[in-house]
Design a protein around this ligand. Structure first.
Ligand code: GLY
Length: 353
């Protein structure tokens, strides 16, 4: 029996200017509670002041600042968050507000979900990646022993508030990170969204609200159907088995690749596998290849054995077999497909020059 359950409103997502949202009402419901705002150095600089000056209820909030970057998504940094909450006397009825990108919402959600067996947290995603993926769906976590999201929980935020104005200060590389996840959502579920996304020349404001909303909708639909990833939710990991391995491989190197960039490479290679092992047709594969190569450079480690070893740790594996997701066509994805090393090797080697 699984102790975790998700309510229908588990993925309550509210769009629009934060000041006009139910965020204020929620803060009032926590008027007696201690409140902490978790940021990284970037959201401290660009987003925090707006939050603190717009909401009186946050005047006395504890502010916890994390070093920016994926390297912070680790146990030591998490322990610092727990230390601050402990020193400030936080208890079960207090509130943590995660204001940031995927690193902040993943780590903050995780920290909150096990502090004193769980305190309430709210996500205010400020990057495209956090908006379309990380901040919704209840997955929280940290990296461990070089493996991505190795430790984590399924824990629902009280709510997620999406205010697209935060994207105005987002650097280009961060737009690309989120774009890769949007491409993934389109590939697994929505050929129309795929066409709209691939028609974009520039990844930034050209990605209009409608496309971003559709990406979030796809994520919500999949998660609501399978919140604890027993089956269908695994399709949200399309591109991630190889993508996470590549990201982990470079994590502690001089040339780390961002999550979105690694996922984009994973999308390409897993699409190629979809053509050789499933029914994705060549024209659709070539369209995927063109789209990925237009926006991302292929940074592929030569050490295929190291990548395969990292893939062995993927959370979707079963019986010591690597299981991946494969497209049967754009918009339709199958999960739990066995992957043999020989098939992986044949495709991987075509990308090594
Ligand atoms: N990022 C994949 C998921 O939320 O399931």
């Amino acid at each position: 029996m699984n102790a975790v359950s998700f309510s229908e409103h588990a993925f309550s997502v509210e769009w629009g200017p934060l000041e006009a949202s139910k965020f204020n009402t929620l803060l009032h419901a926590f008027s007696e509670a201690k409140k902490a705002v978790l940021v990284d150095e970037n959201t401290q600089e660009y987003c925090l002041e707006f939050l603190l000056t717009s909401f009186e209820a946050l005047a006395d909030a504890e502010v916890i600042v994390l070093p920016a970057g994926e390297q912070s998504k680790v146990l030591e940094i998490c322990a610092q968050v727990w230390e601050t909450l402990t020193e400030a006397g936080f208890g079960r009825h207090d509130l943590l507000i995660n204001l940031g990108g995927g690193m902040v919402t993943d780590l903050g959600g995780f920290a909150a979900s096990i502090f004193k067996r769980g305190i309430t947290f709210i996500n205010i995603p400020t990057s495209l990646l956090a908006i379309v993926d990380a901040s919704i769906g209840g997955k929280t976590g940290i990296n461990f022993a070089s493996y991505k999201n190795q430790i984590g929980t399924f824990s629902e935020p009280k709510a997620t508030f999406i205010d697209l104005r935060f994207l105005s200060t987002l650097p280009h590389v961060e737009w690309k990170n989120g774009f890769a996840e949007l491409l993934k959502h389109a590939l697994i579920a929505d050929p129309d969204l795929w066409l709209k996304l691939t028609a974009c020349q520039e990844i930034s404001e050209e990605l209009n609200q409608q496309m971003i909303r559709r990406g979030v909708e796809i994520k919500q639909e999949v998660v609501l159907a399978d919140p604890l990833e027993k089956g269908k939710r695994k399709v949200l990991n399309f591109g991630h088995t190889i993508g996470h391995a590549i990201e982990s491989y470079y994590l502690h190197s001089d040339t780390p690749v961002s999550h979105g960039h690694a996922v984009a490479i994973g999308l390409l290679l897993e699409s190629h596998l979809s053509m050789t092992l499933s029914s994705l047709n060549q024209n659709e594969f070539l369209a995927i290849e063109r789209a990925i190569k237009k926006h991302f450079t292929l940074q592929i480690p030569r050490d295929i054995n190291a990548i395969w070893e990292l893939m062995q740790q993927d959370k979707k594996n079963q019986n010591n077999e690597v299981r991946i997701c494969l497209l049967s066509r754009i918009g339709v994805c199958q999960h739990d497909q066995k992957l043999a090393f020989e098939d992986f090797e044949r495709v991987y080697n075509t990308y090594l020059v």
